[in-house]
Design a protein. Sequence first.
Length: 248
Amino acid sequence: MTSLAFAGAGRITMVHGLAVREVDGLTVTRVASRTPATAQERAGQVGATACRYEDLPGGADVVLVATPPSRHAADALQAIRGGAEVIVEKPLATTLAEADALVEASAAAGHALGYAENLAFAPIIVAAVARAAELGPLRHVEVRALQGRPDWGGFLQAEWGGGALFDLGVHPIAVALLLARADDPAAGRVVSVHAELTGADDIDVDEAARMSITFASGLVATVEASWASDQQLWDPRRPATPAWSGPS
């Protein structure tokens, strides 16, 4: 794989553009955006050619889908059908049906479909997963992502693709999945999920969420995601008390 195209030119593509510089032989060849000027700006920064969404994959080996969540499934399917491997920014899709369609299309085409969970590569998370076995069998774990509301993008509108759980909650959920599968992938199979979402009068989507995920190993992970916090707190921990179990 030597060429990468960006579907989307938002903030996260700045990070991916910097990462590309550290990979020998990898280049960004195309950048598409809803706004031509934005595509031109990002393309100029990474040495690529600006284009339209419908022009992708444009011969690129891999397409990074970093469009608004409501577009993720359509843009990823277009890339797969165009013969490219695909990396999708979070969330993978906005409905289960869309997620299933992506997995099926990837399998049918024989092309890889990856989910870009950047937190999985954070040194502290890598170390935590590597050392999970040293703690003994995990029975309860809490992972939290608490912060204020985002002040950019359309995150607070329903048409963007989801609220705090979809946008912020995917990060602690990913950490819980990594910890659950640290020793045995089969033991990390999810067997049940309970969730409670809390809204707010002035926004269209959920502002906070609390989940309980039960795995085949018996591990119960409590996940919290909130845009209603006056502090920023992202952390995994093993709680002293049993995990919460909320409504289905």
